[in-house]
Design a protein around this ligand. Structure first.
Ligand SMILES: Cc1cc2nc3c(=O)[nH]c(=O)nc-3n(C[C@H](O)[C@H](O)[C@H](O)COP(=O)(O)O)c2cc1C
Length: 315
């Protein structure tokens, strides 16, 4: 430790220094940006909760999920989760003003009805679903995983918006925290606009001139507790991205992900403008896609000896 540091420590004291270090004016610029972002989204959440129908729809899914989870318990009995049911009822009433036909709202209403029936009768019949066999073997699925590649040169062939719509439907089938289904895609199938969007991404180098489609994967931030859940939007979105990538592979399209970690304020403003991304959607990652000109060779993957550590009795 330098003489200067030691002197400051002695004069001011460690506790005071720790306190001062936590103050915003002493936070390093990069951390400040992260904190600013979190504060911005926190403000947006506070402003919109209880008044915005779209936010209430997120909450409907969340409280519907909590109630549903309770209804599936093997030790199910009446007299629990009254406050959750109250929240769900409140948000259903707000969301219904605009989204009365929304399938997730109808689903949550059904759960609330079941819950109410349980409180009155002391028992309810909970439906079970027997999934249809999908007929895909683990070997076939592993082949799909291995065939997916980040290609960066695309054929001069447009991709239909309809196909992008089909792929978009796969993303919210990923698991999501409290079933909020927060992923929203902002996309263009116009190659000129896609090219402009790509320019906003620092990692957008080495691509062909022709880029058929650009998609920004965002999380609707209005359903999260911040700062506690600061990392959760990225997890929710990443799970949906993989659905999109693998589904695209099945259609002959190739998708390359583009990091958004190194964006600066100019990139953020420009991309939001180009794709009309609202302020309550956090951009998590972007992708470009098209029909690949060639399949690049796969980077070799590390083996399980470096990625799996089992403990306990070997079975
Ligand atoms: C979070 C994330 C960020 C990435 N960012 C970029 C990027 O900015 N530019 C790029 O060309 N590729 C990017 N990639 C693609 C990776 O380079 C690629 O997935 C990796 O090299 C493995 O190759 P494969 O996808 O063909 O299997 C990114 C991938 C991930 C998951």
């Amino acid at each position: 430790m330098s003489f200067l540091k030691k002197t400051i420590l002695k004069l001011v004291g460690r506790r005071k220094i720790e306190f001062l270090r936590s103050k915003p004016f002493l936070v390093h610029g990069k951390y400040r940006t992260l904190i600013n972002d979190l504060e911005k989204y926190s403000d947006i959440i506070t402003r919109s909760t209880g008044v915005d129908t779209a936010v209430s729809l997120l909450m409907v899914r969340k409280f519907g999920h909590i109630l549903d989870k309770g209804l599936q318990r093997s030790d199910l009995e009446r007299g629990h989760s009254g406050s959750i049911a109250g929240e769900l009822k409140k948000h259903i009433e707000i969301a219904e003003k605009e989204f009365s036909d929304d399938p997730t709202l109808l689903w949550a209403k059904e759960k609330l009805e079941l819950y109410n029936e349980l409180q009155v009768n002391g028992l309810v019949t909970i439906k079970e679903q027997h999934p249809e066999p999908c007929g895909i073997s683990l070997n076939d699925f592993a082949l799909l995983l291995r065939n997916r590649r980040s290609n960066r040169s695309f054929q001069r062939r447009v991709v239909s918006s309809e196909l992008i719509g089909q792929l978009a439907r796969t993303v919210n089938w990923a698991p999501s925290s409290c079933n909020k289904q927060p992923i929203v895609l902002f996309a263009t199938t116009d190659p000129e606009l896609a090219r402009e969007c790509l320019k906003c991404c620092k990692g957008g180098t080495g691509f062909s001139d022709f880029v058929p489609v650009f998609v920004s994967f965002t999380a609707d931030m209005r359903g999260y507790y911040l700062p506690d859940e600061a990392y959760v939007p990225a997890i929710d979105v990443a799970l949906g991205v993989q659905n999109f990538l693998l589904s695209a592979e099945l259609t002959g399209l190739s998708v390359t992900t583009l990091s958004w970690a190194l964006k600066d304020i100019g990139d953020e403003t420009r991309l939001r403008e180009l794709l009309s991304i609202p302020e309550h959607n956090q951009i998590i990652i972007n992708v470009v896609l098209g029909y690949p000109e060639k399949h690049s060779e796969a980077p070799v993957r590390k083996g399980p000896e470096h990625s799996l550590f089992l403990k306990g009795k070997v079975r």
